[in-house]
Design a protein around this ligand. Structure first.
Ligand SMILES: [Zn+2]
Length: 102
């Protein structure tokens, strides 16, 4: 974990604790500004059980094979390569950019 990642993590934890500590005030502000009423209306109109089922089915049917095909693999150690780069992070061998998972 790099130093920047640690700083972001600590800032996120501090922000999360402050958010949770002021949750009641935040909820009251959202209620007064009408955001909660709008969200409830959108949920009742557009996010029915059928719509959520269709969205989840689309994620499973459409997104999963596309993600599987997009992941490259190292030719030497068969590690999944999630980042773009010329070298494998596990074994350090050079990765051919035209090679994709079978
Ligand atoms: Zn490798």
């Amino acid at each position: 974990m790099s130093l920047i990642a640690r700083k972001v993590f600590v800032a996120s934890v501090i922000g999360f604790v402050l958010l949770v500590a002021n949750l009641v005030a935040l909820a009251g502000w959202l209620e007064r500004s009408g955001v909660i009423a709008k969200a409830q209306r959108i949920r009742e109109e557009y996010l029915t059980g059928t719509a959520i089922t269709v969205i989840v089915a689309m994620f499973v049917l459409v997104a999963s094979p596309a993600i599987m095909l997009a992941v490259r693999r190292c030719q030497v150690c068969d590690a999944a390569l999630f980042r773009r780069g010329k070298y494998c992070p596990r074994c350090g061998s050079r990765v051919d950019s035209s090679f994709t998972a079978q």
